[in-house]
Design a binder for this molecule. Structure first.
Ligand SMILES: *Cc1c(COP(=O)(O)O)cnc(C)c1O
Length: 291
């Protein structure tokens, strides 16, 4: 599950970079999504819900993973998709619907922005009956609980754990599991990610308010490796992703893990990490096999 990656920049500073392959956990519910969903599904079962409802964009890894996890857990699943329906369905939605039986419904962007308000939720309840709600991206306190387990069983004495950041749920879970000498560094995949500090702090606060101050001091988010925005795929990033995948035999993709590894290499060049640091990069998945 741990794989070492090296290049001349790392060697020059005697920095060790390990990659934690959570992408190998499950062919469809891979990477961080497995940890984020774990306790949400347990909770839905415990409270005797038969239906899971969640939100996402048309290419969402979270929709994809929830469709499969819900199916395996014996749930009816409903996916509320941002924007207009387009046919034919893309691979994500076709898999969710046709293979996993997720019911897809489309929500216009204006309403989608208010999706977590009680008004929109009660409209959805009127339409679909009772359901267990998993927020967009699967991020809530139970996701933090699950992501706390990402580093369980990892004996590596690392200094910094790195992770790509979408909503920040995974980063929050990692931060909550660190030892005193360890730090976390997130790489924002969205443009203008300053708000993420607030989101991560809110999650950590909801998880355990007494530990918030200590936790806040243990993480940072690199905001400059978004490459223009979430779904932008500039040529140089795609080339990097291809080279990385080939050189290290670790498949990555340009939306999340590609930005993180680019960012790590760049920060190493800049001397951001102490000499002889041990870095652990969490490969959060995002590649679909057997789709
Ligand atoms: C969803 C996802 C993330 C983002 O996780 P957050 O908890 O929302 O920050 C990172 N990497 C991959 C591959 C993902 O699919």
């Amino acid at each position: 599950m741990l794989q070492q990656v090296t290049n001349t920049g790392l060697e020059k500073q005697e920095i060790t970079l390990w990659v934690l392959r959570t992408d190998q956990i499950h062919p469809q519910i891979s990477g961080n999504k497995w940890f984020k969903l774990k306790y949400n599904l347990t909770e839905a079962k415990r409270r005797k819900f038969h239906t899971l409802l969640t939100f996402g964009g048309a290419y969402s890894n979270h929709i994809y993973a929830t469709a499969r996890a819900g199916q395996l857990g014996g749930f009816r699943t409903i996916g509320i998709i941002r924007g207009e329906k387009t046919l034919p369905l893309n691979e994500t939605l076709a898999y969710a619907k046709e293979v996993c039986g997720m019911e897809l419904h489309y929500m216009n962007r204006t309403t989608y922005r208010q999706k977590h308000t009680s008004f929109v939720i009660s409209e959805l309840q009127a339409k679909f009956g009772s359901f267990y709600l998993i927020p967009e991206g699967g991020t809530n306190v139970l996701a933090v609980e699950g992501c706390k387990e990402i580093l369980t069983d990892i004996d590596l004495p690392f200094d910094t754990v790195c992770v790509p950041v979408g909503t920040g749920g995974t980063l929050a879970g990692l931060v909550a599991s660190l030892k005193t000498t360890q730090q976390a560094l997130g790489f924002a995949v969205l443009k203008g990610g300053d708000f993420l500090y607030n989101d991560v702090n809110q999650l950590l606060k909801a998880y355990d308010e007494e530990k918030l101050l200590g936790w806040q001091a243990k993480y940072r988010i690199a905001l400059d490796y978004h490459f223009g925005g979430y779904a932008k795929r500039p040529e140089k990033l795609c080339e990097f992703v291809n080279d990385f995948s080939k050189n290290y035999q670790i498949p990555i993709e340009p939306i999340y893990t590609g930005k993180m590894f680019w960012g790590i290499f760049d920060l190493v060049e800049q001397g951001f990490f102490k000499k002889k640091s041990v870095i652990l990069a969490v490969h959060t998945g995002g590649l679909r096999t057997n789709a």
